[in-house]
Write a protein that binds this ligand. Structure first.
Ligand code: MRU
Length: 362
């Protein structure tokens, strides 16, 4: 297997639609790296749970799952009138929207499906259902293209032999293909860049250890796993020349919500003078949020910290636990935001809106 084929081996499709069985098929990210298990999901409750419990996770993958989920929910509707169909549409949409609050791709995909639903008014129920399928499929296919473009732009910022630190998992399995922050690493690998990647383990849910280290290792890429609290020493030792991370929601001013711990990495990067790059499809940029203060940060169950990974609890019973799943990296700590239409530099309010203008013109 040559480098190209090895990298291709990691390009697993983590979210697909099985038309024959009317199911959403996802790679269960909670059992990786020990098991590569695909789950067929039919009921809306199963899809909601899969998103909430991070069986499908990563902002773009959540959006793709929501698009397919909404299509399947509406397809199953027994509505015989347009009013009933619209009610069923709204019910499924609102339900899926309640699964996780921070990744804007969830809402972006559901809103996009709704826009298509409205656009198709006047057609038959069967035609509307077919149009929703088409839209959900387009969300997935476009994400593949977007990730590849982000990969090419981000690669232009990197040099052969560099050490790159990443946090959480913004890889192939978090998207339709290639990933966002990992896309330039796959592309660079194919081109012989010889990157040395450091993956933060990403407490508490270990996306870095279980997913990023797995993905890159499977692809034959040089990856070293570190605990989150080791990021400073590898930077100080000169092992890191760039940081690449994904995002769950970017505000208009560039403030970026990503997996908890990302902002600490950015603060360290500033201290050590290392460029900090956010890889962001425009579906993750939310111009309705003026700053990061407008971003809703998800709070998750305390067991994720106290007991989930241990045979016995590793914290005293009854102790208070605070478990925010994301934090916001201040735009001043971000060197550039890499989108599918190019690299946005500060001031981000202007550069991000220029990226949207390019998107409209495409
Ligand atoms: O809670 P998660 O695992 O869904 O959080 C995911 C992240 O923070 C990713 O970095 C982000 O969604 C980008 S995925 C391309």
């Amino acid at each position: 297997m040559d480098d190209k084929e090895m990298a291709a081996a990691a390009m697993i499709q983590s979210v697909t639609l099985d038309d024959a069985n009317d199911t959403l098929v996802i790679l269960d990210q909670t059992v990786l790296p020990n098991e590569k298990r695909f789950l067929p999901l039919k009921e809306m409750k199963e899809i909601w749970d899969a998103i909430y419990y991070l069986k499908v996770r990563g902002a773009p993958a959540i959006g793709i799952a929501a698009g397919y989920g909404l299509y399947l929910g509406v397809k199953a509707s027994k509505a015989t009138t347009m009013e009933q169909l619209a009610e069923d549409f709204k019910q499924v949409k609102d339900y899926l929207a309640s699964s996780r609050p921070t990744a804007v791709n969830l809402f972006w995909a559901l809103d996009r499906m709704e826009a298509r639903f409205k656009q198709e008014q006047g057609r038959s129920i069967a035609e509307i259902k077919a149009a929703l399928r088409e839209e959900a499929e387009a969300i997935r296919v476009e994400d593949e293209q977007v990730c590849e473009r982000i990969g090419r732009y981000a690669l232009s910022l990197l040099e052969p032999g560099w050490g790159i630190l990443t946090h959480c998992n913004a890889g192939a399995i978090a998207t339709a293909k290639y990933g966002t922050a990992l896309a330039p690493i796959y592309l660079g690998h194919e081109q012989g860049y010889g990157f040395k990647v450091y993956a933060d383990e990403t407490r508490p849910l270990l996306q870095g250890a279980r997913l990023t280290a797995w993905e890159l290792h499977e692809a034959g890429i040089d990856v070293t796993l570190i605990c989150d609290n080791m990021a400073s020493i590898v930077m100080k030792e000169g092992k890191i020349q760039a940081i690449l991370v994904g995002c769950d929601r970017v505000a208009a001013n560039g403030d970026t919500a990503n997996k908890i711990g990302t902002s600490a990495v950015a603060i360290l990067a500033k201290h050590y003078g290392i460029p900090f790059y956010v890889c962001a499809p425009l579906s993750t940029v939310d111009l309705h949020c003026t700053t990061g203060d407008d971003i809703h940060i998800e709070l998750r169950p305390e067991e994720e910290i106290t007991s989930q990974w241990y045979e016995k609890p590793m914290a005293p019973a009854g102790v208070s636990v605070y478990n925010p799943a994301f934090d916001v990296t201040d735009h001043e700590l971000i060197t550039a935001i890499v989108t599918q239409h190019g690299i946005a530099y500060p001031p981000f309010t202007e550069s991000l809106s220029a990226m949207f203008a390019k998107d409209r013109d495409k």
